[in-house]
Design a protein around this ligand. Structure first.
Ligand code: AMP
Length: 386
């Protein structure tokens, strides 16, 4: 794969496809800037080399073909301007007008998902993106599983395409992990749905010494032998839970949990054994006995891979399990820790522990797909584009 480091970009116009899809709160503040921070090395390198820089990204899931201020990159332009100490011009009308560069200015294209045809990889749109630049730089690892016009189609038509530093870094780290993880390897897979993580659970169960499950995934497994009351689970994926548990003997399932009848910051919380849950109760976090078991396992690990919180960490009363995992990881400098997925990053960020994680992947879906062993479409087209 051609890297941005391999080509002469001096004075060339670069279109850098970053993934600046960061959470923005109701006041317009960026609540976690990790994806922006990790996108900076490519942008800074291009600045050092005196390239003319255009950056593109998506933000959220707006209706295609419609401008919606809620999904504008306006706040991201302001943010980039502050950290790069350069003027960052947000351009709305870039598909029909020639872009004019002024000295020391960076152009940020408005949300690519406002463009009709973005998500179905429209050829005309892909050509338009390609026509904006001399070199297309793909740096959005977190979007590299998507065949979209701004990530994939554009590569067909750009004069030259290459991978940015973030993308190369992600591929190198994740490949290295898959090839030879330092053992013992303990994986943690939490989150809502077993169906979306079934393939990665299989892969990790094969690769890891132990796989710890939590969240809705654990609930669906627990529902095989227990009444789990009103908890989140997938009734149409019970067969997947059964398959996993029958096939792998190294999956650790909660033995107790924090339950409540409601989900709020004032919820009345009880800790219960998993076989003692009432009809109107929901499992919202793991219990103390399970925390103890998990912590003991994690303390033995040389490598920990984590995707998905083990409870509804967004609420104070249901983040004890997730917090215990974070504390165990960060209290041992000898553990090589890899995390991926928006919610996992948000949870670790909540405890100000991101800087203590050995490797943070910016990918959610792309991270899972890569770990599963899939070839991601954008990576594959870049690899064949030499
Ligand atoms: P995912 O995108 O599949 O990783 O799911 C992440 C979401 O799962 C987070 O928003 C968590 O709040 C949620 N979650 C974790 N544990 C539970 C649980 N026991 N019940 C309901 N939601 C959960």
């Amino acid at each position: 794969m051609i890297s941005i480091l391999d080509i002469n970009i001096k004075n060339k116009i670069l279109l850098i496809r970053s993934d600046l899809n960061v959470p923005i709160d109701q006041y317009g503040n960026i609540s976690s800037d990790i994806r922006i921070q990790l996108s900076l090395p490519t942008i800074k390198y291009a600045l050092e080399k005196n390239a003319k820089i255009i950056i593109s990204s998506h933000l959220g899931r707006p209706n295609e073909g419609e401008y919606n201020p809620q999904y504008s990159l306006k706040n991201i332009a302001i943010y980039l301007e502050k950290i790069l100490k350069r003027k960052v011009i947000l351009k709305k009308d870039y598909l029909n007008n020639k872009l004019i560069f002024k000295k020391n200015e960076i152009i940020l294209l408005e949300n690519v998902r406002f463009n009709l045809g973005e998500k179905n990889n429209d050829e005309i749109l892909s050509k338009k993106y390609a026509s904006l630049c001399d070199v297309f730089v793909m740096d959005a690892f977190a979007t590299s599983h998507r065949i979209h016009a701004s990530t994939y189609g554009v590569i067909h038509f750009a004069k030259q395409s290459c991978a940015g530093l973030l993308l190369i870094n992600e591929i190198n780290h994740l490949k290295k992990f898959l090839k030879k993880p330092k053992k013992p390897l303990i994986s943690i897979v939490g989150g809502a749905k077993i169906s979306t993580k079934f393939n990665v659970l299989n892969k990790l169960a094969n690769l890891s010494d132990k796989v710890i499950v939590g969240g809705g995934i654990a609930n669906t497994i627990l529902s095989l032998n227990n009444d789990i009351g009103n908890s989140l689970y997938e009734s149409n994926a019970i067969h997947l839970a059964k398959k996993l548990i029958q096939k792998y003997k190294n999956i650790i399932v909660p033995v107790d949990c924090r339950v409540s009848e409601s989900l709020s910051n004032d919820s009345l919380v009880k800790i219960k054994k998993v076989n003692n849950i009432l009809k109107n109760e929901k499992i919202l976090d793991i219990g103390d006995e399970t925390i103890k078991i998990i912590v003991q396992q994690l303390q033995k690990a040389a490598t920990i891979l984590w995707n998905g919180p083990v409870g509804v960490f967004e609420f104070k009363k249901f983040r004890k399990g997730t917090e215990a995992i974070i504390n165990t990881i960060i209290s041992n400098n000898n553990i090589f820790s890899i995390i991926g997925g928006g919610d996992t990053l948000a949870a670790v960020n909540l405890f100000h522990a991101l800087n203590k994680i050995s490797y943070i992947s910016t990918g959610g879906g792309a991270f899972l797909k890569f770990i599963e062993g899939n070839t991601l479409p954008v990576i594959s087209i870049l690899e064949n584009n030499t």
